[in-house]
Design a protein around this ligand. Structure first.
Ligand code: ZN
Length: 148
């Protein structure tokens, strides 16, 4: 028996069962509902509606960048966050939450300054870091938080 992981589709948020060994080998898998790749090596945008599928129902740890379009350090970090996504997926899902559009989510997690990164596993916050980081810093921080 191959261990199956629950992975939320970035396009339609359907929960898929993906074989863990294939994901570990670098396969991106496809959504059984809409056929989209389950991982595209870049951050996905999350809203109040799609957040729970990826943060709580998925077996893949979720790293969220809380940001806003007017925030200079957020803009500076964006390409670094994208680079980290291409390296960390599919072990970790990377996502962005626009705190101007998703005020309820920002409030729910008590976001005071941006950028703020929060790492979730099975719906629980397991790490939080405020301030811009480069790709290498993001990767090593996530590795420490996941105990790897
Ligand atoms: Zn889908």
């Amino acid at each position: 028996m191959v261990e199956a992981l629950i992975v939320a589709c970035p396009a339609c948020n359907t929960l898929n069962r993906a074989p863990g060994d294939k994901l570990a080998a670098g396969s991106r898998g496809k959504c059984g509902q809409c056929g989209s790749p389950l991982f595209e090596g870049r951050p996905i945008a999350l809203s109040q509606a799609s957040f729970p599928s990826h943060a709580a129902k998925s077996d893949i740890p979720l790293l969220v960048d809380f940001w806003a379009p007017w925030c200079g350090p957020c803009k500076a970090m964006a390409p670094q966050f994208e680079r980290a996504a291409s390296r960390l997926e599919p072990a970790v899902r990377l996502a962005k939450v626009n705190t101007d559009e998703e005020r309820d989510l920002a409030g729910q997690f008590g976001i005071r300054g941006i950028p703020t990164l929060i790492l979730f596993r099975h719906g629980r916050e397991i790490g939080r870091q405020s301030g811009a980081m480069d790709a290498a810093g993001i990767e090593s921080w996530v590795g420490r938080m996941l105990g790897g």
